[in-house]
Ligand binder design. Sequence first.
Ligand code: PLP
Length: 424
Amino acid sequence: MRYTSTRDAGHSATLAQAIARGLAPDGGLYVPEEFPELDEAHFAGAESLAEVAARLLAPFFAGDELAPALDDICAEAFSFPVPLKELRGSTAVLELFHGPTAAFKDVGARFLAACMSRIAEADPRPLTLLVATSGDTGGAVAAAFHGRPGVEVAVLFPAGMVSPRQEKQLTAWGGNVRAFAVRGDFDACQRLVKGAMADPALRARRRLSSANSINVGRLLPQMAYYAWASLAYRARHGTDPGFVIPTGNLGNAAAALWARRCGLPVREVVLATNANPAVTAFFGGSPWTPHPTLATLATAMDVGSASNMERVVHLFGGEARTRDALRAFRVDDGEIRRVIRDGPAAWGEVWDPHTAVAVAVRERLDAPHWIVVATAHPAKFEAVVEPLIGREVPVPPDLARLLDRPGHAEQIAPDLEAFRAALG
Ligand SMILES: *Cc1c(COP(=O)(O)O)cnc(C)c1O
């Protein structure tokens, strides 16, 4: 299998090259050049999520230097449970938040780490991964690469602008993970990463790469839980489920659509966004254009211009066809609060603000048989959730252990010179 750029199919790469590069040379995103047609027989006998993932991804690894390691990579990445819980009203919830940092980004980050650490490199300089984060991504990447030999991780976050628990997930690792508190906003962090990647002095000393969400190595493993959950739902209920997905950069939703394209029993994919209007404006008929980012309670979905829209439009073959194929709904902060407040009585669940966006959309849909995708544990967003439900949310053990450790971040000014000096 080869991977081509969304912008020019002439730019083609092996999987290992696509993962190592991140972005295609023309600025496009790597996509598989074709999708295999996989029937239920292809998954016969595969029971665990790791086994389903290995079967699903085998055609996507075919012929690549990483192919012999696929089973090990899947076992490493899918080492935590992903329960599919039945709720009332022919609704189920797929809990993707039982990984080390209690958010779904653990899946993609762990898979990417397992792949990157196996890609043979002739270059003897150590690999430094730069990650600008407004919260969840940096923690997941730090957790996934912590303790891996030959890789150093530099996490850049806006000082004072992430929640205390998120900050711990960025700063409590030590060892090969360094945290930089940048005196600026998230955009300033992103500018520093871009500037560093292009800086000749830094590049002379270090092999620099990034682990942001456009890497195909983060998207491929996310297909696996859609395969596993749709097959499990079909086996239990004899019918194909639809998925309602809390959406920001559209990476999670793009993976669901790729799984559907491979023939998995996914009836429909519904996009649930917070108040940021870019996605719903597009589905309402406007051309795809970036919007300024609005701050909402579902912070990890505060995106003005979803980077993976390019992959989705490429998959369907144009903007008009994409509009015909998908539905999207927008949920404001007032509704997020209502859904969290009503969660225990209405569903028997405590929702985090991101999952609450998807639950609000599920409540608007008439047809039965929906799987709501739960992307974060409510204990990560206790400052929003606890006042609404009037009690404390128990902290999962992995998160509790991390919160007990001391955090350390190096404060830097938002300019490249300061970052270059600090990184060394
Ligand atoms: C990143 C994130 C999302 C959005 O996922 P995308 O792939 O960017 O659409 C939703 N919920 C949580 C908790 C996240 O961290």
